[in-house]
Write a protein that binds this ligand. Sequence first.
Ligand code: URA
Length: 210
Amino acid sequence: MSGKVHVMDHPLVAHKLTILRDKDTSVKDFREIVSEIGMLITYEATRDLPLTTKEVETPICRTIAPTLKGKKFAVVPILRAGLGLVDGVLRMVPSARVGHIGMFRDEETLEPHVYFCKMPKDIAERDIMIVDPMLATGGSAEAAITEMKKRGCKNIKLMVLLAAPEGVERIQKAHPDVDIYCGAVDDHLNEHGYIVPGLGDAGDRIFGTK
Ligand code: URA
């Protein structure tokens, strides 16, 4: 069975994605909205976090109320564009640890290779959220998931703003245990590997490097 694709069906996400798609959106607004959508997707992607209860005293009475069980969680941005989503995840899960993974593409084979991977020591015990704004061919995400599995991680999710059907299919085939959380699934990839209609180069738009 392949992993589920959770497409955010929410007017706030749809509205904010449209602002990101607009080529005239400023770097400042783009960055802020990437972070906001990151928060909204995190809300959905953490639905299965386990709860326990604790006793609290309200101004009115004592009561037993739900509280997070404290499952260990880590967000793993794929460098560089994934950095844009970290803040949104951390605002929702402030105790999360952050691991970083960087990849380059072999010019001959076109396959991604990991050049940097710095993870918390106990990464294998943590639930992992890999974040990257664009799931295009799926090559980097596939390699990042493989790397995390090599390090013993078992419970892995992938968060993206936009996905191409080609990337979704690749992840579902290579890592059927990984669910994808995304703002929208777009139409297709063009001959340059860009998502259509997409939003252009997410890294350039987050960091203002174009
Ligand atoms: N990476 C991007 O930043 N944009 C795309 O459309 C595809 C990959």
